[in-house]
Design a protein around this ligand. Sequence first.
Ligand code: CMP
Length: 503
Amino acid sequence: MTALTPQSLAVGAGALLAAEVAYLLLRKRFPAFRPRLTYHLWAVALAVLAAIAYSGASPEANLGGRLLLAAVLVLSAVVLFALVEALVLLRPWKPDRGPSMPKLARDVLGLAIVVAVALYAATAVLGQPLAPLLVSSTVVSAVIGLALQDTLKNIFSGMALDLEKPFQPGDWLLLDGDVRAQVIEMSWRSTHLRTREGLNIYEPNANLSVSRLVNYGSGKRPVAIEIRVGLPYGAPPAEVKEILREAAQSAPGVVERPPTRVFVESFDDHAITYFLRVWTRRVRAIARIRDAVDSRIWYQLKRHGIEIPFPIRTVHMHEAPDMEKHRGAKALRKATELFSAVDIFRDLDAEVIARLAAASVRRLYDTGETLVEEKAEGGSLFVLERGSVRVLKADPKLGGKQVELAVLGEGAFFGEMSLLTGEPRSATVVARGHCGALELGKGPMAAALEQNPRIAEFLSRALARRQEETAAALEGERGRAAAAAPADSQTLLRRIRTFFSLR
Ligand code: CMP
């Protein structure tokens, strides 16, 4: 063998330098190109080969040279495949999709190419007929077969899953009926999933291919959630179904299409069971959607006076008549106290206030629920007993954008404008959190106005003040005076008197 000359060493060093510079450039241009140690080994082996070749020696002349040649071949295959992967296979054809080739297919393809090159190198360069040896040797086959039994099972299961595509990265799966997790990536051995709690699950592909998977998708298509609720026999199913449908449809995260459907499912011991099919795209937050729908149902039923029944035994043990009477009296006392503190009722006799309080109905609302809807017919006034609400008005000059007029807290009243003038609701009122309000209809209010016509004057001033505030809020939002001019309190007083037929 010819000794390495300084010139051949320089050629080797030059080749190494060129390969390393190429590595840095490629890494910068294609961050996905990451063969790391393999690349450096390949660069060194290539440099040594270049130096030997330059010195005029044949690398195939001795075993060391042949081994080097074989190593260069195999490492070249790895590096080249990494380059093709970074340049082509990892690049998405569509920006919103993942890599154009799934990880499992890339891994298997890469492995097959490297094994083929290694077999070629062993046969052609080293002169070892490794392939027939591997195939014919029963001992080797048995050892490899047994050792790789599980791995091969996972690879083939993974390939089957990849072809069938029962799920894709980004989909949410229900595993074994109780674990909900999102598919992150599939590799040749396992599928990487992540739960809502941030836990990583590496589920062997073989397990996935035999277990029953429920795929919720990634949220592009809506999925249905099934909810069951037992309600009393006394409530007419048509009315109940409408209430349930409305409650579910109003919950955040529930889509309008397909619409919620409600069915009577069965007549049970203490209740009629209703079954709801509710659709959502928020597949990662199924529990939250259930919670929102269940809560909305509870509030809607409460407002309609429908109780979710307990088993009969419990109901009658606790609902002793005395207790009920006591509870009713306490609620009335609280309502009277609240009404006495509301400034529009200030001029009324204690007796009239007590009558108004007795005529009011307690309503409870969940966060985000609408108490009063702009432009809707409105025949009642509300006094907030608990929590707070936002008053919002859609401004047509801002393309219907809702402007916040006020945030009202405990003791505040709203809905008086429609009640007193008969006009449609002037704004939307939305619950800021869980809140309770006492609702008062037109009848009791008419009686109060009859008893003390002076409160109409006070009310008209309150109305005029609110209308001015509304105009100011809209002006502020638009930057210049463009809101409709508020009516003055005398005009409003006339409207109230006409509406309630007062003299
Ligand atoms: P009504 O028009 O019946 O329904 C919407 C209610 O929002 C309205 O009565 C008032 O009670 C209330 N509202 C309207 N404008 C304002 C405002 N600027 N500040 C506070 N509340 C308001």
